[in-house]
Ligand binder design. Structure first.
Ligand code: ADP
Ligand code: MG
Length: 566
């Protein structure tokens, strides 16, 4: 018999655990959703593995989650007969953090803490974050003084036990097969005195029905010491139901489970596609930014199912600009036994991608007309990501232009669409003018805007880093090309001055005087500039720098030199 080994938690886990143990977050119910979601993941993994290796589920026992309550022993047990964990998996999965989202969560919690250094605010803010984002297995330590995990990996003849009080170390030791699940994982929570309610049947039932009612694996309840158990949820697939049979609350609860977040969905898209290929779609746009939205990997997390069997959440089904969308796509026709790589290149998946992406755009567009306020909340959270599609997904550009919103010299606190812009073109105006800058304030202060202001011409204020990229490759909207205010002669002369606007000096001064000034400046600056010319674009400032007509935009140049400097 091997002795128990003691391991230190990875530093990040230790910090997370500290946050859990000292959490003042009042809704501790959420730990159970996290454990159930892990148990369901494990069952779904086994279901998929058993497709190619039926021996893994030789007993044919239905996959399920059992929750056992023991009020007298002040214990709550969550068991599953899913894939289970090897010794190494116990050490890796329950000792480190793999998810970029959890990392980002920790960074924010820490930043909040630093901001409130010394005050109580830090703990409170960390707790607020716990309440918004699922932080996984470690949330068990909000209610447990000690956690004992016993696991047997499918197909293995060893079982292992993981034990920790969440105080910096955990222990791993071999477990007796007789005392371990035949397959899968059993998690025993030794509840703290103030969390003993979680060993009560009524509490368990309430929490499961509130947060885990539509987990796609059945959940049963048992009392400690009693062999009988009863079903709490039936594990049927919510997405396979007709829209009319699903309530808003059911959608919200399912969204929570599939996204791991605790916000409400801002938009729900539920339909079944029939035709050349059949699939069900239940997707959500979150109302809150997930922590890993700007992770360099730009990965989505939509779950792909094939005929109710979970395949993977790492198949890239949607384009990267839609990576904030969460939910499930369940195909009727994809083969079950393909590797992820082969799935990724399956032409049916391409058909699904096209269909679903188009539908997301349509639904966003519909919302923008039917409930502009709700749409703008989505735009404020995800606009910079959606705009990535303008240069990465040129086929969709025209559809994207319909739902893109802008700040402009005319938007005030609101937002403008390109349709709004074009509807308000001035006499003789043929272009859509924009200014690139790193903030709306800096953009609005640009001297390049003076001539536009004098003519009451609207200028789009492009302040997201992604703007510099798409605006150079987009050909235009509604036949009107985009043009930077720093580029070339701005074709402003043809547009009449607004009433009461100050007359540009060049027009007021004599032609000979202007020519003399231009000659003087040219001579003085010599090679340092390509050209010097008089212009009608300034109304208050005497001079400004512009880029040549077909040269790169000034702000774009700056951006490029910044990124090359790194
Ligand atoms: P996440 O579920 O987002 O990966 P968690 O902290 O909830 O993060 O879980 C960490 C990992 O531990 C899981 O990814 C999984 O590999 C493993 N795990 C947790 N619970 C179980 C379980 N019941 N069965 C098998 N593996 C599990
Ligand atoms: Mg989890």
């Amino acid at each position: 018999e091997q002795p128990a080994e003691s391991h230190a938690f990875q530093a990040e886990v230790a910090r997370l655990l500290h946050l859990m143990v000292h959490s003042v977050y009042s809704n501790r119910d959420i730990f159970l959703r996290e454990l159930i979601s892990n148990a369901a993941d494990a069952c779904e993994k086994l279901r998929w593995l058993a497709v190619s290796d039926p021996a893994l589920n030789a007993d044919g026992a239905p996959l399920e989650i059992v929750i056992e309550a023991d009020p007298a022993g002040r214990r709550l047990t969550v068991s599953d007969n899913g894939v289970g964990m090897t010794r190494q998996e116990l050490v890796d999965n329950l000792g480190t953090i793999a998810r970029s989202g959890t990392r980002a969560f920790l960074e924010q919690a820490n930043a909040a803490k630093d901001a409130a250094a010394g005050q109580d605010g830090g703990a409170k803010d960390g707790s607020r974050l716990i309440g918004q984002f699922g932080v996984g297995f470690y949330s068990a330590f909000m209610v447990a003084a000690r956690v004992v995990v016993t696991s047997r990996r499918a197909g293995s003849n060893e079982a292992w036990r993981w034990i920790s009080d969440g105080q910096g170390t955990f222990e791993v030791a071999p477990a007796d097969l007789a005392d371990a699940p035949a397959r899968g994982t059993r998690i025993v929570l030794e509840l703290t005195e103030d969390a003993k309610d979680y060993a009560e049947e009524t509490t368990v039932e309430r929490v499961v029905k509130t947060y885990s009612a539509h987990v796609p694996v059945p959940i049963r309840f048992a009392k400690a010491g009693e062999a009988a158990s009863r079903e709490l949820t039936d594990g049927s697939a919510l997405w396979a139901k007709a829209k009319s049979e699903v309530t808003k609350e059911e959608y919200a609860e399912f969204y929570g489970n599939v996204s791991g977040q605790w916000d409400e969905p801002a938009l729900t898209i539920h339909y079944r596609a029939e035709g050349r290929t059949e699939y069900s779609v239940l997707l959500f746009v979150p109302s809150m930014k997930p922590f890993d939205l700007f992770d360099p990997a730009r990965k989505g997390r939509v779950k792909l199912y094939v005929r109710r069997i979970f395949i993977s959440d790492e198949v890239e089904i949607l384009p990267a600009w839609a990576r904030f969308v969460r939910g499930v796509i369940d195909s009727e026709d994809l083969p079950l036994n393909l590797s992820r790589e082969l799935l990724q290149s399956n032409p049916l998946l391409e058909t699904i991608r096209k269909g679903v992406t188009g539908r997301i755009l349509t639904e966003l567009g519909k919302l923008a007309t039917s409930d502009a306020e709700a749409y703008l909340r989505i735009w404020e959270a995800f606009g910079p990501v959606i705009k990535e599609g303008l240069y990465e997904d040129p086929d969709r550009r025209d559809d994207l232009f319909k739902i893109i919103r802008f700040k402009s010299t005319k938007s005030g606190d609101g937002w403008r669409s390109l349709a709004d812009y074009v509807a308000d073109l001035k006499e003789n105006q043929t272009r859509i003018h924009y200014v690139l800058a790193d903030s709306p304030e800096r953009a609005a202060a640009s001297p390049h805007l003076e001539g536009f202001r004098a003519r009451d011409v609207e200028v789009l204020l492009l302040t997201d880093p992604v703007d510099a990229f798409w605006v150079r490759t987009a050909l235009g909207y509604d036949g009107k090309p985009f043009q930077s205010v720093t580029q070339g002669a701005a074709d402003l002369d043809a547009i009449p001055l607004a009433e009461g606007a100050p007359k540009p000096d060049a027009a007021a001064a004599g032609a000979a005087e202007v020519a003399a000034v231009v000659a003087f400046v040219k001579e003085t600056l010599g090679d340092r500039v390509a050209d010097v010319r008089s212009s009608t674009r300034l109304a208050e400032s005497p001079a400004c720098l512009v880029a040549p007509d077909f040269g790169p935009d000034k702000e774009f140049e700056k951006l490029m030199s910044r990124s090359q400097g790194r």
